[in-house]
Design a protein around this ligand. Structure first.
Ligand code: NAD
Length: 426
C-alpha cells in the first residue's frame, strides 16, 4: 500500500483515484474546484461514469479515498503524485501547459523528498523535462504514465487496461510506479519519456484515423450503392484490421481526439515532419459535420429556414455526460446557422448547459422534442433511442424526415411507419 496524491479530480483523476484506492492504496484526490470537492465529500459523483459511484462509496467508507481542495494539502506525505489536470488546445493548435505548470509549482513546496511525480495528463513530447523544470526539485523524479481510458467505460479500462506505459530514464522511479499497479493484469512497457508521450498521441491519432476512414468509406458506399454496415462487418473479420472503431457516425469529437490530433500535427512540425496525412484525417472529420447537416437539410425538403429539427443526443458518445467538442454540438451549430430551430434531448443533459448554443431548447424526454418537428436527427448512440416507438414519434412530428447518423434505429420499422430514413453509408 502506498500513499498517493491525485492532482485534478476530473474524468481521469477521479477514476484514477477511485481505482487506485480500490487496489488498496491510500489516496488523496485534490482539485481547485471547491464545489466539486464538496459534492464528492458528500459521496456524490459529479460525472456520469459506470461503476465509479460504487468505487467512490467504497473508498470513502474504508477511508482509503479522501478529497481535499488544493494540491499542496494532498502531497504532504505522499510517495507518488499523479498529475491529472487539463491540457487544453492553445490558440495555435499546440498544447497549453498552464494547468500543468500551476499544479507542478503548487506541489514543489510541500512534496516530501523521493516523491515520484507521475504525469497522466496528455502532454507534448518533452513535457517530462518541462515538468522537472517547473518543479525545480532534484530530489523528485518525474515519470510519464499516459492514460488510455475511454469515457463511458473508464473504470473497466483503468482496472483492465490493454497496457500500462511508463516513460522514465530513472529505472527505480519507473519500477516504483509499475508496482502501484500490482493487481492489474496488463503488460507493462517501460520506455524513455519521449516514447511514452508519443505513444499516447499515436494511439489517439490512429483511432481518429480509423473513424475518419470509415466515414469516408461510408461516403463511397452512398455513391456506389453499397451498405457500410456490411462492408465494415466484412472488413473487421480481417484480424489485421478488427471491428473496433469502425462504426460510421456524425464525425469524431470529445475532450481528447480533436485536441490530441491537432497537437500531434504541431509536435510533428516541431520535429521537422509535415504530417499531411493526419491533416487529411482532421479535414475528413470536419467535412463529416457538413455532410450530416446537408443530409438534415435534404430531409427537411432542401432548406432549413423555418424548419424545426428534433435532435436526439448531445454528448460526444453514449455512456458519458461529456459534451466537450461533441460532434452533436458541431452539427447543431451548422443547423442553427442554416436557419433551423433546434430542440434537443439527451439522457444526461436535463437542463441547458454551457457548450450548447443558447438558441437550442433542451427537452425532458425524446418524445417532447419531436412535437411539430420537420426532421428528427440521431446524433449520439444511446440505447434508449432504439426503444422509442416510431408510431408515437410519427404522431407528434409535422414532417417525416429522419437522419440516423449512428445507424442505430431499425430502418425497416421506421420506414414502415412513414419515415423517410437517411443513415450514414447505407
Ligand atoms: N477525459 C478522457 O477521456 C481522457 C483520457 C485520457 C487522457 N486524458 C487526459 O487527462 C487530462 C485530464 O483530462 P480530464 O478529462 O480528466 O479533465 P477534466 O477537465 O475532467 O479534469 C481536470 C480537473 O483538474 C482540475 N485542476 C486544474 N488545475 C488544478 C490544480 N492546479 N490543482 C488541482 N486540480 C486542478 C480541474 O478543476 C478539473 O476538475 C488531460 O490531459 C486529458 O487530455 C483524458
Amino acid at each position: 500500500m502506498a500513499h498517493l496524491a491525485i492532482i485534478g479530480t476530473g474524468y481521469v483523476g477521479l477514476t484514477t483515484g477511485a481505482c487506485l484506492a480500490h487496489l488498496g492504496h491510500d489516496v488523496v484526490c485534490a482539485d481547485i474546484d471547491e464545489e466539486k470537492i464538496a459534492v464528492l465529500l458528500q459521496g456524490e459523483v459529479p460525472i456520469v461514469e459506470e461503476g465509479l459511484d460504487d468505487l467512490v462509496a467504497e473508498g470513502l467508507a474504508s477511508g482509503g479515498l479522501r478529497f481535499v481542495v488544493g494540491a499542496a494539502k494532498a502531497v504532504s506525505d505522499c510517495e507518488a503524485a499523479f498529475l491529472c489536470v487539463p491540457t487544453p488546445q492553445g490558440d495555435d493548435g499546440s498544447v497549453d501547459l498552464t494547468y500543468i505548470e500551476a499544479a507542478a509549482r503548487e506541489l514543489a513546496g510541500t512534496m516530501p523528498s523521493e516523491t515520484v511525480v507521475v504525469n497522466k495528463s496528455t502532454v507534448p513530447v518533452g513535457s517530462t523535462r518541462v515538468v522537472e523544470r517547473f518543479l525545480e526539485r532534484s530530489d523528485v523524479a518525474v515519470v510519464s504514465n499516459p492514460e488510455f481510458l475511454r469515457e463511458g467505460s473508464a473504470v473497466r479500462d483503468f482496472l483492465e487496461p490493454d497496457r500500462i506505459i511508463i516513460g522514465s530514464d530513472d529505472q527505480d522511479a519507473a519500477n516504483r510506479v509499475a508496482s502501484l499497479y500490482e493487481g492489474v493484469d496488463a503488460p507493462i512497457l517501460i520506455t524513455d519519456p519521449a516514447s511514452a508521450e508519443t505513444i499516447k498521441y499515436a494511439a489517439n491519432a490512429f483511432l481518429a484515423t480509423k473513424l475518419s476512414f470509415v466515414n469516408a468509406l461510408a461516403a463511397v458506399c452512398e455513391g456506389v450503392g453499397a451498405d457500410v454496415g456490411d462492408v465494415v462487418m466484412g472488413l473487421g473479420y480481417d484480424r489485421r484490421i478488427g471491428h473496433q472503431y469502425l462504426q460510421p457516425g456524425p464525425g469524431w469529437g470529445g475532450s481528447c481526439f480533436p485536441k490530441d490530433t491537432s497537437a500531434l500535427l504541431r509536435i510533428a512540425e516541431s520535429g521537422g515532419y509535415d504530417f499531411q496525412f493526419l491533416g487529411g484525417v482532421i479535414a475528413v472529420n470536419e467535412e463529416q459535420f457538413s455532410r450530416v447537416a446537408e443530409k438534415v437539410c435534404q430531409a427537411a425538403g432542401g432548406t432549413l429556414t423555418e424548419r424545426t429539427v428534433a435532435v436526439w443526443g448531445l454528448t460526444f458518445k453514449a455512456g458519458t455526460d461529456d459534451m466537450r467538442d461533441s460532434p452533436a454540438l458541431s452539427v447543431i451549430n451548422l443547423l442553427l446557422s442554416a436557419g433551423a430551430t433546434v430542440r434537443a434531448y439527451d439522457p444526461t443533459v436535463t437542463s441547458h448547459r454551457g457548450g450548447i448554443d443558447e438558441r437550442v431548447e433542451v427537452g425532458p424526454d425524446p418524445l417532447a422534442v419531436c412535437r411539430n418537428a420537420d426532421v428528427l436527427v440521431v446524433l449520439t448512440e444511446w440505447d434508449e433511442f432504439g426503444a422509442v416507438d416510431p408510431v408515437e414519434v410519427a404522431a407528434l412530428m409535422s414532417g417525416s424526415g429522419l437522419v440516423d447518423t449512428r445507424n442505430i434505429l431499425d430502418r425497416d420499422a421506421w420506414t414502415g411507419h412513414g419515415f423517410e430514413y437517411t443513415g450514414i453509408g447505407r
